[in-house]
Design a protein around this ligand. Structure first.
Ligand code: CA
Length: 228
């Protein structure tokens, strides 16, 4: 069965363009044009994710999402809107959106967002990743040092960084590569975030007493290594 999306977007031209693009990627998509229809169709468990516009006739996207989540419908949601203000973004995430994509967006951005929010479902149940004396628990988003038994929770970006290094052990990853993989869809961030969050992660590795280090190779990038 192909991955199937529900598209709730009242601008006919944009809806048609998105449908065309998704079909080219071999996704199935059902377009509806009002918030009320969106809410009704979204009850159907056939959908892998919902692409939901904010400004809609009938019910707006925030209301649709809030009502869906109140009913316990957990289908991942990518919200689309012309408004890119932080306040709306926060409101979108708080009302239960998995991703918030400000218009205008590139087709590739939407595809990446949809792949990211649908992957989560496919990956469950998840396995622990490990490197050296560190285990990354994907369910609790924490790291455990098997040598000391100490554990600590990771923030969202710290978790993504740790996962990236664990999936590429001992490989030097450039700052740009790390940024693309972890912050790629978040246009507000800047390259300095990489160092800031790596320093948080280093502190947490030290805190749990692990021998695993994130090494800097000057001018080249960063790699995860274990002390002998
Ligand atoms: Ca609209």
């Amino acid at each position: 069965m192909p991955v199937r999306f529900l598209l709730v977007e009242d601008e006919k031209a944009l809806s048609a363009a998105i449908c065309q693009m998704l079909k080219r990627e071999n996704f199935a998509v059902d377009p509806v044009y009002t918030g009320t229809d969106g809410f009704d169709y979204a009850q159907d468990p056939v959908y892998d994710a919902i692409i939901l516009d904010v400004m809609l006739p009938g019910m707006d996207g925030f209301q649709v999402l809030k009502k869906l989540r109140q009913q316990g419908i957990k289908t991942p949601v990518c919200m689309l809107t012309a408004r890119s203000g932080l306040e709306d973004r926060v409101r979108g995430l708080e009302s239960g959106a998995d991703y918030y994509l400000p218009k205008p967006f590139q087709g590739a951005e939407l595809i990446a967002c949809l792949r990211a929010i649908t992957r989560r479902k496919e990956d469950a149940p998840v396995m622990a990743l490990s490197f050296g004396d560190v285990e990354l628990n994907q369910q609790s988003a924490s790291i455990l040092c098997t040598a000391t038994g100490q554990t600590v929770k990771l923030g969202g970006k710290e978790y993504q960084l740790m996962e990236l290094f664990m999936r590429n052990p001992r490989q030097i990853l450039s700052k740009e590569t790390i940024f693309d993989r972890v912050w790629g869809l978040d246009s507000d961030a800047d390259l300095n975030s990489v160092e800031v969050y790596l320093s948080f992660l280093r502190k947490k590795l030290t805190f749990i007493g692990s021998g695993v280090k994130i090494k800097v190779s000057r001018g080249m990038g960063y790699s995860m290594e274990e002390n002998p």
